[in-house]
Every structure is written in structure tokens, then in C-alpha cells.
Design a protein around this ligand. Structure first.
Ligand code: BES
Ligand code: MN
Ligand code: ZN
Length: 499
């Protein structure tokens, strides 16, 4: 699917669907809507006059083209009240519309921006591309029966933007939206793939393939090298698995040799059984997605490279399975991270923080001046925030403000949680520098306090995405399964540093 932007009239574009946006209270049609009205034999005027279409938010009517016209059908799309129109709701509406059009038989789509005065053309282009590319995502590659596969699809989308200046802006937005959404779908693909088909080895291969496609340096640190680097915390998680661990490092150097480096560190547990502290059977299959953080940072650096942002970025994805076996780490074992800190492993199911410890230590040892980690870290964050906002912890208020802005631009909501020193008491160990669990209270916070020990004074943000990495329903840009969130927040964050 490609999104193109043109000037001129909607009626001049050859497409299966012509989409016109209608505001509540519209009485007289002009421009593209008037032309669409003529093509439908005056149906739009009659529908409005008889209140069969009112323009309320997300209202859709599908009309046949009766006269001469370059479309087969006209789609009326309700924009809703002007004061409630935001970039976020428009993005959501475009996601929902994309699936409506697919259900209506699919084909090519042209959308007129007339009537969308509240939204800048650049943002309109970006959100239409995002709505369609993200909204139409499917993961159905393992269905072998034709009946289980899609019968229709939406092809190319043309945005009819009006004057030349608006076209250039909308085109910039559409390009950025396309690159970010394709990256997000890449991350979704990795997260949706079952764990037998998304092992650390396969993740490393996918990262190398991406690196070759978009021009990134890719290094895979194998077990022997990780041992030399003394990544004892990360390696302790892999002890029970027959799958070799793969510590993925990607570099994008858009900021020149003297520029500072942002590190994006993603938890890459390709399957989390809990290890010896084994999880109950119910819903354990969901733990195939415990590498979502890694998928998001790999996808994000790919998008950053495609956007050619003038910033240096490193993506670090410590990947391994967490399995029980005769060689697995045992509760009570003490391990050492590469920066020398010791950890008492109380619960082998608190493995994410163990791999992040070495991920962050590695990033810092290799020149990171800002660290953002992304991890499906705690069930407790679902209790705290549900599936609406992800949890964010940050040791630096300026960095926090940058993350807030990036989240707003992406339409991905977050909520800051605290890092008071008192919480660190809960992870004190009698035998090591710290222990890896702090008991039931404040489970997401004690996990963050653990990770903070490795970030130290480096500006750092920790994103606990355990409740938002998957979704149960199709809604807006989200499609049932892995969400690929918050990839666009990361890209907007890095883009913000380019200014
Ligand atoms: N991967 C899980 C967290 C998780 C749970 C993600 C549910 C998505 C859905 C993580 O490794 C884990 O097991 N965390 C434990 C920590 C506990 C042992 C301190 C948890 O949250 O129960
Ligand atoms: Mn776990
Ligand atoms: Zn886990």
C-alpha cells in the first residue's frame, strides 16, 4: 500500500472509493463534496436534507456513483463536532475507516482534505498514512486455508490536499507516517510470531536483514563474547535454554562522529516460561510477546535510519529464552552484571530486569549519553494503568518533558510513576548488591529501581509496556494482537532531538 498526495480535484482521481469528509450542520456542498454529489445523482444533498447523514463522528455512508465519475463509490465520512476534532481522533477514525473500506470490498481510495481545517496538512498526511497502514495490518501468514485469509484489500491511498503548498506539507507527513507505520508493523510481525519461529537466532537474522535494507551497522554478540564481556546477569537468563542467546546491537550514525548517542534498549525474551519459578499454564502462550521491547527498538532505529534523522542512535536488544531445565538459574543464585554489580536472583521470573541490566551497562560502556529502555516488564503495571497508558519512569525532568511531547505527537499515552529512594529498600539483599524482586507491593516501581542501579546518573527513561504491547480488539490504528507500541513515540523523541 502506498500513499500519494496530489493537488487538484478529488473528481479527477481514478479510484474505487472517493472519500468526502462531512461536518455536522453541513447544508450547502461545495468543491469536492459538490462534485461527489453530482456523481451520485444528488444523493448527498438528499441524505443531508433528510438527516440520513448528519456528519457525526465516524458516521459512514457508502453511495454508488450513478452518473459519470472517476470513482465507483463515494464514501461520506462524518468528522464530528469541530471542537472535538484532534489529530488523535482523526488518526483513530482513519484506522476504523480503513477496515470499513476493506470490508466493503477494498480497492483504491482517494480522500479529499476539504473540511479538515483544524488539522494541518502535514499532520493530515501523516495520520492518514498511519491510519491506513496500521489499521489494515493483519498477521495471517500461518493460515493455510483460503477461507481464513483476506478476500479483499485496500490498495493505494491518494490524499487530495488542495494548493501546492499544502501538497508539499501533506507529502512530508505522509512519508513520515508511512515510514513509522511500516516500522511499527515490522515490530508487530516479530511480536505476533510464535516463539518457535521467533527464537533469538531468528531475531538476530531479522535485525541483520533490516540493517542491510536501511543501512545500519549490526553486531550480534554471541554467548562466548558475552561471557568475555562479563554479561553474567543477561547470560543467567539463558542458562536453561537450548536456544543460543543473541545480544543484538544496531548503530545508526546520523549525527556525525562528535554527536551524542541515544541508546534504545529493548527487552528481548523470546519466550518467558518464568524459568524455575515457573508460570502457571493459563495464558502462558502470551509470553511469546515478551520480546516486544526488543522488536520496538529494532523497528524504531530502522525508521530513524529511513528518515535520515541527524542524530546518533544505538539499539540494544538482549535476546534469550527464559526456560527451566537442569542447567537453569536457581532462586538464590548470585550473578554479576558487566558493570560489576552483583544480583541475588530471588525469582527467575523477574528475568527482564536481568537482561536490561546488561543491556544498559553495555549501552553506557559504548558511549550512550541518554538511555531509553522498553520492556514488557511487570504484570503490576497492568493493575496500575490498565491498557490505556504505559508506565514511564525517568530520572531526569527534561528528558521526561521530551518523552511527553513525543508521546503526544505519536498519540501514545504514558503516565509517570515514581522512583523515590525509599522503594530501593525493598530490593536490598543480605548477600548481594541487590535482589531481583521486592515482593508484591509496588511491583513496577521496584523493577524500575532495580534497573535504575544500572542507569546511574545517565539521563534515563524506562517504559514498562507490559499491558499495551498487545490488544484484544480491533480499534482505530490498533489491530488485535501485538500493537508495536510505543514505536512512534521513540521515533518522535529522536526526531525532536534533531531540531
Ligand atoms: N514478562 C513478564 C511480565 C508480563 C506479565 C508481561 C504479563 C506481560 C503480561 C515478566 O518477566 C514477569 O514475569 N514479571 C513478574 C515479576 C515478578 C516475578 C516480580 C510479574 O510481573 O509477575
Ligand atoms: Mn518473567
Ligand atoms: Zn518476562
Amino acid at each position: 500500500m502506498t500513499t500519494t498526495v496530489t493537488s487538484g480535484a478529488l473528481s479527477e482521481v481514478e479510484a474505487d472509493f472517493h472519500v468526502v469528509l462531512i461536518s455536522p450542520g453541513t447544508a450547502r456542498l461545495s468543491g469536492d463534496a459538490a462534485a461527489a454529489d453530482r456523481a451520485t445523482g444528488g444523493a448527498i444533498t438528499r441524505m443531508l436534507a433528510n438527516a440520513l447523514f448528519t456528519g457525526k463522528a465516524a458516521e459512514v455512508a457508502i453511495l454508488p456513483v450513478t452518473g459519470r465519475g472517476k470513482a465507483k463509490r463515494v464514501i461520506l465520512f462524518g468528522l464530528g463536532a469541530a471542537e472535538k476534532r484532534t489529530v488523535d481522533t482523526f488518526r483513530t477514525q482513519m484506522g476504523n475507516l480503513s477496515r470499513r473500506l476493506r470490508d466493503a470490498g477494498g480497492g483504491s481510495v482517494a480522500i479529499s482534505l476539504e473540511g479538515l481545517e483544524e488539522i494541518e496538512p502535514e499532520q493530515a498526511g501523516e495520520t492518514i498514512a498511519e491510519g491506513f497502514i496500521l489499521g489494515l495490518y493483519r498477521f495471517d501468514k500461518h493460515h493455510t486455508k483460503a477461507a481464513d485469509r483476506p478476500t479483499s484489500s485496500v490498495g493505494d491511498v491518494t490524499v487530495v490536499a488542495g494548493a501546492a503548498r499544502r501538497v508539499a506539507a501533506a507529502r512530508r507527513g505522509a512519508e513520515r507516517g508511512t515510514i513509522m507505520s511500516e516500522a511499527q508493523n515490522f515490530a508487530r510481525d516479530l511480536g505476533n510470531e510464535p516463539a518457535n519461529l521467533m527464537t533469538p537466532t531468528i531475531m538476530a537474522a531479522r535485525a541483520q536483514q533490516l540493517a542491510a535494507e536501511v543501512g545500519l551497522d549490526c553486531t550480534i554478540i554471541e554467548r562466548a563474547e558475552a561471557e568475555r564481556l562479563k554479561m553474567g546477569s543477561y547470560l543467567s537468563v539463558s542458562n536453561g535454554s537450548v536456544q543460543p542467546p543473541k545480544f543484538i546491537v544496531l548503530h545508526y550514525r546520523g549525527g556525525g562522529p562528535r554527536g551524542r548517542t541515544v541508546a534504545l534498549v529493548g527487552k528481548g525474551i523470546t519466550f518467558d516460561t518464568g524459568g524455575i519459578s515457573i508460570k502457571p499454564a493459563a495464558d502462558m502462550d502470551a509470553m511469546k510477546g515478551d520480546m516486544s521491547g526488543a522488536a520496538v527498538v529494532i523497528g524504531a532505529i530502522g525508521a530513524i535510519a529511513r528518515l535520515k534523522l541527524p542524530v546518533n542512535v544505538m539499539a540494544v536488544a538482549p535476546c534469550t529464552e527464559n526456560m527451566p531445565s537442569g542447567s537453569a538459574t536457581k532462586p538464590g543464585d548470585v550473578v554479576y552484571a558487566m558493570d560489576g554489580q552483583s544480583i541475588e536472583v530471588i525469582n527467575t521470573d523477574a528475568e527482564g530486569r536481568l537482561v536490561l541490566a546488561d543491556g544498559i551497562a553495555y549501552a553506557k560502556a559504548n558511549g550512550a549519553s541518554t538511555v531509553i529502555d522498553v520492556a514488557t516488564l511487570t504484570g503490576a503495571v497492568r493493575v496500575a494503568l490498565g491498557t490505556v497508558r504505559f508506565g514511564i519512569f525517568c530520572n531526569n525532568d527534561r528528558l521526561m518533558a521530551e518523552m511527553e511531547r513525543a508521546g503526544e505527537a505519536a498519540g501514545e499515552k504514558m503516565w509517570r510513576l515514581p522512583l523515590d529512594d525509599e522503594y530501593a529498600e525493598l530490593i536490598k539483599s543480605p548477600v548481594a548488591d541487590m535482589k531481583n524482586t521486592g515482593g508484591a507491593p509496588a511491583g513496577s516501581i521496584t523493577a524500575a529501581k532495580f534497573i535504575q542501579n544500572f542507569a546511574g546518573d545517565t539521563p534515563w527513561a524506562h517504559l514498562d509496556i507490559a499491558a499495551i504491547d498487545t490488544t484484544a480488539t480491533d480499534a482505530g490504528v490498533n489491530v488485535k494482537g501485538n500493537t508495536g507500541r510505543p514505536l512512534r513515540t521513540l521515533v518522535h523523541f529522536v526526531a525532536g532531538r534533531a531540531k
